[in-house]
Design a protein around this ligand. Sequence first.
Ligand SMILES: NC(=O)c1ccc[n+]([C@@H]2O[C@H](COP(=O)([O-])OP(=O)(O)OC[C@H]3O[C@@H](n4cnc5c(N)ncnc54)[C@H](O)[C@@H]3O)[C@@H](O)[C@H]2O)c1
Length: 327
Amino acid sequence: MRNQWSGKRVLVTGGCGFVGSHLVDKLASLGAVVTVIDNLSTGNRSWLPSGVEFHFSDMRRGALSQAMIGQEFVFHLAAHADVRQNMTRPRKVWSNNVDATLTMLEVMRAEGVRGLAFASSGIVYRGVGSKETDALDADSIYGASKIACEHLIKSYEREGLIDAWRFRFAGLLGPRYTHGHVADFVQALKEHPDHLEVLGNGYQRKAYLDVRDCVNGMVEIVDTDSTGAYNLASGETLVIRDSVRQICDIMGLSPRVTYGDTAGGWPTDPPTIELGTRHEVAARPLGESLGDAVRWLAERAGRDAERAGRAGRAPERAPQPYAKSRA
Ligand SMILES: NC(=O)c1ccc[n+]([C@@H]2O[C@H](COP(=O)([O-])OP(=O)(O)OC[C@H]3O[C@@H](n4cnc5c(N)ncnc54)[C@H](O)[C@@H]3O)[C@@H](O)[C@H]2O)c1
């Protein structure tokens, strides 16, 4: 059956990332003609299916204008997505998120492209966003950058230049998961299977959703709903202490786990994130998504070690801000 994406020319910014690559898979399966622009700062080109036109470039460069020619819809996902690197690289986060979004809006205007879906975050409520009309607030540069992007997008919409859907995601889990507390814990446990030191008291409770349900939800809402802001969440939350237990079970480990005494893992970490939604999407159980993320990370670590061994060097280490390593 024909759908509105079949044969449609769609640009995905950040299409080589965790969420972007699942979205590209979804759009390609619907018959869209997909173009990706990505600077591969955190993405992986090998996650793109064949047949996708790829521009290896930063969003803020001229290649974006080339990539935009002839497009009919844009999914804008490229961003500095790791909320915890706020204060170490504030300008980088702001420029990568806000400047890049403004550049993109101008390029869309120049090329006459109207349709836009933007990846915002539940962090824009600084905690509990029970409905999309709740007040936006931020106490992190990442959160402030997402709110600024949303306001920029609304301004272009009010001028009648674009039609935009702004999606405020819960935390996402699933295959190709690369950053966040689950990745930190898996890596710390691979290095020191006998102990794990967790930042914060472990009672942090946050809304999560499977990445595959998130991309299905975005496409479904663009298909069926009017423009505006949409929370994308499953209604389920994960408590850090429970996810530590599940990760240890999946990895077959019984480490000594110690917790801190602060409510959040770092100064701008909201201890609770809850998201209500006005458009519920079909969501698989979170345990399944967490399991898929852990197994994917464990297998990837094995592949990285094997590849590094062949090349005669130590495997690359990512930063571990959610778990302390005492080595
Ligand atoms: N993963 C989550 O839990 C989550 C939650 C809420 C919101 N989001 C948002 O969803 C989007 C995707 O996040 P993700 O988890 O897939 O992150 P990711 O880091 O895996 O993906 C981001 C992609 O954008 C690319 N990129 C970054 N800056 C770029 C630039 N200036 N020019 C070109 N390419 C650039 C990266 O190389 C990467 O492929 C982001 O906007 C993020 O803020 C993610």
